[in-house]
Design a binder for this molecule. Structure first.
Ligand code: MRU
Length: 348
């Protein structure tokens, strides 16, 4: 197995949440030690921890932090408090459904407990289970994803859906991790992913750490690369998939999907089942986070845009299902009628 411990971006250690500060990468590898829910909320909101599954895991540990400090004896008070913390953490970011999925799962598990001590233990156990399961899920996604690729293939990816965005291995990058283990040589083009540069700062760094042949391009080079560089597939992660197969992912994903279709290149979305939201019928209903203007107006802390210019900064876009060749899940690859396939995998 290749060494992947460096990508463990969320940890529970000595009753504290330890996060790899993804805002400092790749220049500094720094860890933040948190002992209150507010710190977890702020870390999610400010992208110190980011990527749909990692956000969910961090928030679940946030609830565990609160539970570990609860000093009362009333199970009713515990339940009420846990719900309040759940709502608070849910307000940190709106698009990635894994956040809500994870904290709701923790709350539901704790509600079966009859006494406070049992509830406290259940909250932590559930958060740890979410993390452990995510690692296994990502590995499975990697196996299915790798079955689509061959020695010498080149993949284009967007944003960062790698190990640091999950418990381990990532989703879109999981096939790449597995290819390294199996001695299959693949190359990757990573788009820099304006405005926050997850591709440049995170994906290029992460793949470099495991010795993958990765080439960084700016976002506006994607059409040229897809047309000329013999790309075998585009593989991206996702923050939420609606029941009809529409996919929300990092802003810029939609453009890549349209380009992939134009150049007849398969466009795959790697997604754990926890990212599939069957409660919404189409991508129209997915809330799209809008972030602050300075992400667009400033470069490395320096203003580059004219003062007073109007700014629009959506962090995600929605790719309509008809642009998607397949969805790679831990239960297999869904192709064809995505709506039917999603229903099926969610009920297995
Ligand atoms: O704003 P971010 O960096 O949290 O956005 C992350 C993405 O869009 C990822 O592609 C997605 O969460 C999948 S991570 C496995």
């Amino acid at each position: 197995m290749i060494e992947t411990d460096f990508i463990r971006s969320v940890r529970w250690e000595n009753n504290r949440v330890v996060l790899l500060d993804q805002q400092k990468l790749p220049l500094k590898t720094e860890y933040i030690h948190l002992d209150d829910v507010k710190g977890v909320w702020e870390s999610i909101h400010s992208l110190k921890v980011r990527g749909a599954p990692a956000i969910g895991i961090a928030a679940a540990f946030g609830l565990a932090l609160w539970a570990s400090k609860f000093a009362g004896q009333s199970i009713e008070d515990f339940r009420t408090g846990l719900r309040i913390q759940r709502d608070y953490l849910a307000s940190s970011r709106p698009t990635a459904v894994n956040l809500f999925w994870a904290i709701d799962r923790v709350v539901a598990a704790a509600f079966h407990a009859k006494i406070v001590e049992e509830a406290k233990q259940t909250v932590l156990a559930e958060a740890l289970a979410i993390q452990t399961e995510d690692e296994a899920v990502c590995r499975k996604i990697g196996e299915y994803g790798l079955s689509l690729l061959q020695q010498g293939d080149t993949v284009l990816t967007h944003c960062n859906a790698g190990g640091i965005a999950t418990a381990r291995y990532g989703t879109a990058l999981a096939p790449i991790y597995l290819s390294k283990e199996q001695g299959i040589e693949l190359s990757v083009y990573a788009t820099e992913t304006r405005p926050v540069l997850q591709g440049a700062r995170l994906t290029a760094w992460e793949l470099g750490q495991i010795g993958v042949d990765v080439t960084l391009i700016t976002d506006n080079m994607a059409a040229h690369v897809l047309k000329n560089k013999n790309i075998s597939a585009v593989i991206v992660g996702t923050d939420r998939i609606a029941a009809n197969g529409d996919v929300a992912n990092k802003i810029g994903t939609l453009g890549l999907a349209v380009l992939a279709k134009a150049f007849n290149i398969p466009f795959y979305v790697a997604s754990p089942l926890s990212t599939i939201d069957l409660t919404i019928s189409s991508g129209e209903e997915i809330p799209i986070e809008e972030r602050t203007e300075d992400e667009v107006t400033h470069w490395n802390g320096e203003r580059v845009a004219a003062e007073g210019v109007n700014i629009y900064n959506p962090a995600f876009d929605v790719t309509p299902h008809e642009y998607i060749t397949g969805i790679i899940t831990e239960k297999g690859i869904i192709t064809g009628d995505l709506q039917e396939g999603l229903q099926k995998v969610k009920t297995i």
